[in-house]
Design a protein around this ligand. Structure first.
Ligand code: ZN
Length: 91
């Protein structure tokens, strides 16, 4: 589990996500499947808000160790986009 505080937490992961450009599929709001299109490796990222704090988890080795991986960076970008769309539509 990774606590998402500032964008700086994810700086390296965001840089890697921009290079790898993984495929992010939405399972549901807050749950994403992230696939490395080159290797085919697929992981699940969950995003959640608890007590006003934002958390993310990933099923990859780094993610299960609590490290900010690029899967989380890619999924969080999709999650923020989705959350903004939901807010705009007043869901
Ligand atoms: Zn990961």
């Amino acid at each position: 589990m990774i606590q998402l505080t500032t964008a700086a937490t994810l700086t390296n992961a965001i840089t890697k996500a921009r290079t790898v450009k993984p495929l992010v599929r939405v399972n549901r709001f807050g749950s994403y499947t992230v696939t490395n299109k080159t290797t085919g490796a697929t992981y699940t990222v969950e995003c959640a808000k608890r007590d006003g704090k934002r958390f993310a988890s990933c099923t990859c080795t780094a993610g299960t160790r609590g490290q900010a991986c690029y899967h989380v960076a890619a999924a969080v970008a999709a999650h923020i986009q989705l959350a903004a769309e939901r807010a705009a539509l007043n869901f």
